[in-house]
Design a protein around this ligand. Sequence first.
Ligand SMILES: Cc1ncc(COP(=O)(O)O)c(C=O)c1O
Length: 375
Amino acid sequence: MKFEPFVMERCLCRWENTVDWNISESGVHPMTLAELAGDVDLGDTLLGYTQSNGTIPLRERIAALYPGSTVDQILVTTGTAEANFLSALTTLSPGDEVVAMVPNYMQLIGACRSLGARVIPFPLVEADGWRPDLDALEAAVSPRTRMIAICNPNNPSGAVLTEDEMNRIVEVAERSGAWLLSDEVYRGAEVSGEECPTFWGRTSKILLNAGLSKAFGLPGLRVGWTVTTEAKATELWGHRDYSSLALSAMSDRLAQIALDKRPQILERTRSIIRRQLPIVERWIASHAGHPVRLRWTRPLAGAIAAVRYDHPIRSEDLIERLRIERSLLVVPAQHFEMDGFLRIGFGAEPHVLETALSIISETLAEVAQETAVAA
Ligand SMILES: Cc1ncc(COP(=O)(O)O)c(C=O)c1O
C-alpha cells in the first residue's frame, strides 16, 4: 500500500510555524491548559496507559452527546483524523467505491484512494450556495459503493446540510447498503449558536466521527472518536491496537473536563466566530472597487470561509507568492482539488486576521497590475 501525499497537511506543517501571518488554521485560536483546567488540580493524574478504546468515564461523556448510544459503541481515537483513517481501513478493500462529498477535508479521500478504493465525488455546488447535488449522489452510487462520506459542517465552505438533505442522503445510503461516514468535527461551531443536526440516530450503518479539535478549540489534545455499531466499534478497536494503541492519560483526563464544560467552551468558540466573521465580510465588501473582486457564500459554521477571487492566477501560485514575499500562509483551493478560491481561516487573533487580509488585498492588486501590464 502506497500513500498519496496529503498535500494540504504537509504544506501547513512545513510552513505554519515559520510565517508571520498564519490564517491557514481551520479552528479558532486554541484554549490554554489553564483556561481548560480552571481550578481542577491535575497533579494526581496517573500517567499510566489508558484503556485502548478510551476510558469508561470519557466514553460515557461522549455517549451522552449521541442519544441512545452506549460506551461499547464508541472508540476513542487520536484525533478525528485517526477515526477517519481507521474507518476507511476497516471498511474498504481495493476496488471498492466510495462516494464522497466534495469539496472535503482531503484526509479521508486520500486514505480511501491509498487503500485502493475508487472515490467518486458528489459536489456541494458553489454557484448554488454550496448546496449538495443529491441527484449526483444518487447517480454515483452503485452496487460497489461501500461508503458514502460526508463532512458536515463542511470544510472548506462552512456549509451545513438541512434536515431534508440529510434525510435524503440517509435514504440513498440505506438503499445502497453502504456505510455512511459523517465527519462532524465542526458541529458545535455554528455562527447562529444553534447546534446543527447530527446524522447520529438516523440510520444504523453509520460511522460518526468527531473530536475536540475544532468546535472545542483543543486540537493539541489530539482527542477524537467514532460512534458506530458495537460490532464495528470492536473491529475499529482491533485496528487501533496496531496504530496508536491508547490516548495519553493527560488527554483523556482533559477531554473529560472539556466535555463537562461543553456549553461554555462552545460559547467561547462561537463568540470568536461571531466577532471575526464580520472582519472577513467587510474585507470582501471592500473589494467592490478593487481590481480583483471577491465573492463567497457566508459560512454557517466553523472558522473557515472559501473566498473566490476574480483573477486567473492559480491558487497555489498565489499562496506561494504570499508565503515567500509576505510571510503569510493561507490554504489554496488546489489543496481541495479545485481552484480560484482561498480558504480563509478566520479564527486567528483579530490583529493577525486583519493584517493578513490587507496583505492579500495588496498582493492581489499587484497581481492584477502585472496582468494588465503584460496584456
Ligand atoms: C473535516 C475534518 N476532519 C478531521 C480533521 C482532523 O481533525 P483532528 O485534529 O481531530 O484529527 C480536520 C482537520 O482540519 C477536518 O477539517
